[in-house]
Design a protein. Structure first.
Length: 541
């Protein structure tokens, strides 16, 4: 016997319809790449998205076609997303911080037909234009007045759009239709395309909105510093309009001053970004003595949130930190560290201990940790293993079958992270599987070593890597970048770490460098670091 409820396909256009109908006056504020701040209501943004859809169809873009964006977070970028979604075409957000050759490779691999690009990124496009085999039109997200003399044939978005109107209806199609593509940064080999569906985006946004997850409401004003091109924009272009929350889009400027200005003048209550952005903001606040009177919650994810950062936000600025974990393959939300009743009354260091964890999953995510043979490990908050997940917004394979089969026999996806889970279901990442240091058959967590090292007042950045050792296989080497104007020594660091970790976890050596290499998403590039220290002679050999 089947249920007798209506079959209402979970398509993304319905999110914008809902926002426009029930939260029509709420604004999307943008700092445009050209400089000024603009404001548009959800009602008008929907009108512009319909106009994009109509114009795309007029230009011959059809169901299943891919179009790329190389753009910052602005209302224009969002209109393009929803315009594409509304005709069953697919938004492909490209990370401009990748190498130009990688960008060209991705655009060709996705067979994108149109490219929507911000002024800032035109030089990249000029560089790779000759390599692009499928791009038919390059549309610059600006008006004719700001369109520069380019060596390329380009079109100004506003003029392109003005040639049509918003008298259009969204197309109807199955909820399992592809909605968007986002390539993983591919620290090894070529990037792999993760393909979201309308259904997965809608379910994921609903999961993200749970109160113990991001918990947005129509009273929130949301500043997504995390770019739309980073892991599906952490769902905020879907979850904010779904909740009727206003949006404040930061455009190209992510420095501490620019972000503070928006947080303050736009009375932002909720914001989200990687730790590097928050380091810049906290630094700005400390230098200027400014405060955060309106901000209530800050989501920190993409890499582990340092303990000192949580403490500063909560103690000095009265902003609640929401530590979150996820990945492109999970749309991206995997877990959030909000406090369940079991931990809600903790204070001080004990509370910070919990907040260092990546947290518990929303409904829609199932998690387990296993050993290398797939045997499940206990949930005791210390035994770590490979972290595996499944759910309706977790990838089942990569675009065009790249990378082959990715699920185990129970349908779980191996995240490539190493973690433990405690009795209350709180997960804590201890490493990437490929970074973990294997010493004498046991695993040493590089993240733990790094977290402790950055707690030293003279350390700006720290990376732990395994270096070959004849007796133990690998032993930890700690690489640090000192804070400006300081001179920490190897002995300072080792003394500082003493007693904070098991004896056999102590680094065999500490190297001070002026810079550590980073990936396109701002994470430490461990592969490059391991390569440059591959012949390093540990003093313990
Ligand atoms: P990119 O490398 O392009 O940023 P992802 O966003 O998909 O791609 O990266 C996902 C990975 O980032 C996770 O598998 C995990 O290793 C790391 N990560 C994300 N959030 C956290 C967090 N809160 N703590 C530690 N690691 C995290």
């Amino acid at each position: 016997m089947l249920g007798l409820m209506q079959n209402w396909p979970l398509t993304c256009n319905k999110i914008l319809d809902h926002a426009a109908t029930y939260h029509g006056n709420r604004e999307v504020v943008s700092r445009l790449v050209e400089g000024p701040i603009t404001r548009i209501s959800y009602k008008d943004l929907r009108g512009r998205a319909l106009q994009v859809a109509k114009r795309l169809e007029h230009d011959g873009i059809v169901f299943g076609d891919r179009c790329a964006t190389l753009a910052w977070n602005t209302a224009r970028h969002m209109e393009v997303w929803y315009g594409l979604l509304g005709i069953g075409a697919i938004y492909h957000t490209v990370n401009p911080r990748l190498f130009p050759d990688q960008i060209a490779w991705i655009l060709n691999h996705a067979e994108d037909r149109f490219l929507f690009v911000d002024l800032t990124f035109l030089p990249i496009v000029e560089k790779i234009r000759d390599q692009l085999t499928t791009i038919e039109k390059i549309i610059v997200l600006t008006d004719a007045e700001h369109l520069p003399e380019a060596g390329l044939s380009v079109i100004a978005y506003e003029e392109w759009l003005a040639e049509t109107d918003s008298d259009f209806a969204w197309k109807a199609f199955d909820e399992n239709t592809a909605a968007g593509i986002c390539y993983t940064s591919g620290t090894t080999g070529n990037p792999k395309g993760v393909v979201y569906s309308h259904r997965s985006n809608v379910l994921h946004a609903m999961a993200a909105l749970q109160v113990d997850m991001l918990g947005l409401s129509s009273r929130d004003r949301v500043l997504p510093v995390v770019p739309l091109f980073h892991a599906n924009g952490w769902s905020l272009a879907f979850s904010a309009p779904m909740a009727g929350a206003g949006l404040v889009m930061p455009g190209a400027r992510m420095d501490g001053e620019a972000i503070w200005e928006l947080l303050d003048t736009e009375k932002v209550t909720f914001t989200a970004a990687v730790p590097t952005v928050w380091l810049m903001l906290l630094d700005y606040l400390e230098r200027t003595g400014k405060a955060l009177p309106y901000l209530e919650r800050v989501v920190i994810g993409g890499s582990a949130c340092p303990r000192a950062m949580t403490e500063k936000f909560e103690t000095n600025y009265d902003v609640r930190v929401i530590h979150a974990w996820g990945m492109t393959e999970m749309s991206p939300l995997g877990s959030v560290c909000t406090l369940k009743p079991e931990y809600a009354d903790l204070e001080g260091e004990a509370r910070l201990d919990i907040q260092e964890k990546q947290g518990h999953p929303p409904f829609t995510i199932e998690m387990k940790v296993t050993d290398d043979d797939g045997v499940e490990r206990p949930w005791d908050g210390k035994t770590f293993g490979r972290l595996k997940v499944r759910g309706p917004a977790v990838t089942s394979s990569y675009f065009k079958g790249e990378g082959g089969e990715v699920l185990d026999e129970d349908g779980f996806f191996d995240t490539g992270d190493v973690a433990h889970i405690d009795a209350h279901g709180y997960m804590q990442i201890t490493d990437r599987a490929k970074d973990v240091i294997k010493s004498g058959g046991e695993w040493i967590s590089t993240i733990d070593l790094e977290n402790i090292a950055v707690g030293h007042p003279e350390v700006a950045e720290a990376a732990a890597i395994g270096v070959a050792h004849p007796k133990w296989d690998e032993r930890p080497l700690l690489v640090i970048v000192p804070r400006e104007g300081t001179n920490p020594t190897r002995e300072d660091l080792l003394a500082f770490m003493q007693g904070k970790i098991a004896k056999w976890w102590m680094p065999d050596d500490v190297v001070i460098v002026s810079e550590i290499p980073h990936t396109a998403t701002g994470k430490i590039k461990k592969t490059a670091l391991r390569e440059s220290f591959s012949n390093y002679q540990l003093p313990t050999i």
